[in-house]
Design a binder for this molecule. Structure first.
Ligand code: HEC
Length: 284
């Protein structure tokens, strides 16, 4: 086998230089990355970390919060944002009874068709329908919102650094711009938004709606609940995933214990063997 020591000296030098260049390159990349995030840092604030009810390894979603979050979404956000990942049937047995989900779907109207006469028609929603979209297309959405189309919220939690922390920080972070910060017409200052100003007017304030469960609807309560709902929208199988992981981990622990026992069992004779050298007795 050839080792570093018995390579020729020129090869050793070449290899050494290659190593140095690699390490240098990695260092440069790291410092550039740092420089970029430092430049970003003065443009927008990093969302702080909050303790979410579903955060821990063994924690499931807080379904009451999801129910309230759905109410916030429906009464406030749905005027401008769609949520393409949630169908009414998915709310069933999560934050609504099957009857409630059915009634909720029926209250929405969907354009369907064409019928036998080739006409499109409106029909009440079914539980299989996904939540209705506020605008027929992206252009209409942009036109109604000063040129910036409100993004679909279905996967927004996973599409932003900080996940639901970002949603919460964004919704509660509106404030007056610092002196000297120019905010264009039709934009609102928010330090959590990349660039510092966005086209969404502050959607939440205290008592923006009345919760059906009587929880006081403060701004931060609404922001927390809608963040929980949007996390649910992005990952409806969250609870199943954790349950499966728990089963897998316990199963693996059992299998490892069995294998460890079997391993000892197989090797026990060899491990416990005593090797003795008995000198031959000299025959006298
Ligand atoms: C009046 C319309 C309107 C309402 C109501 C509204 N939004 Fe928005 N929202 C917008 C627009 C417009 C943008 C795009 C902003 C931009 O890109 O400058 C946006 C962007 C966003 C973004 C993406 C920010 C990013 O990082 O790109 C999130 C998240 C969001 N809204 C959440 C919500 C939530 C949650 C609610 C309900 C509590 C809500 N919005 C209510 C109009 C609205």
């Amino acid at each position: 086998m050839s080792t570093f020591r018995n390579l020729s000296s020129s090869r050793r030098l070449a290899l050494g230089l290659l190593g140095l260049a690699g390490a240098g390159g990695a260092g440069l990349a790291l410092s550039l990355e740092r420089a970029v995030s430092a430049a970003d840092a003065d443009r927008f604030a990093h969302a702080p970390h909050f303790h979410w009810p579903h955060e821990g390894f063994l924690d499931s979603y807080d379904v009451k919060s999801i129910r309230r979050g759905y109410e916030v979404y429906k009464n406030v956000c749905a005027a401008c944002h769609g949520c393409f990942t949630v169908a009414y049937r998915m709310l069933r047995n999560v934050c609504m009874t099957p009857e409630e989900a059915k009634a909720e779907a029926k209250r929405a109207t969907y354009l369907d068709g064409p019928n036998d006469e080739g006409e499109m028609y409106n029909r009440p929603g079914k539980t299989a329908d996904y939540l209705p979209k506020p605008y027929p297309n992206e252009q209409a959405a942009a036109y109604a919102n000063g040129g910036k189309a409100p993004p679909d919220l279905g996967l927004i939690t996973f599409a932003r650094h900080g996940y639901e922390n970002y949603i919460f920080a964004l919704l509660t972070g509106y404030q007056d711009p610092p002196a000297g910060f120019q905010v264009d017409e039709g934009l609102y200052f928010n330090p959590y938004f990349r660039g510092g100003a966005l086209a969404m007017p502050p959607p939440l304030y205290n008592e923006v709606l009345e919760y059906s469960d009587g929880t006081p609807a403060t701004k931060s309560q609404c922001a927390k609940d809608v963040a929980c709902f949007l996390r649910f929208a992005a990952e409806p199988w969250h609870d199943e995933r954790k349950k499966l992981a728990l089963k897998l981990v316990s199963l693996l622990a059992l299998i490892s214990a069995a294998l460890a026992y079997y391993n000892r069992h197989v090797w026990t004779v060899l491990i416990n063997r005593k090797v003795m050298y008995v000198p031959k007795k000299k025959s006298s």
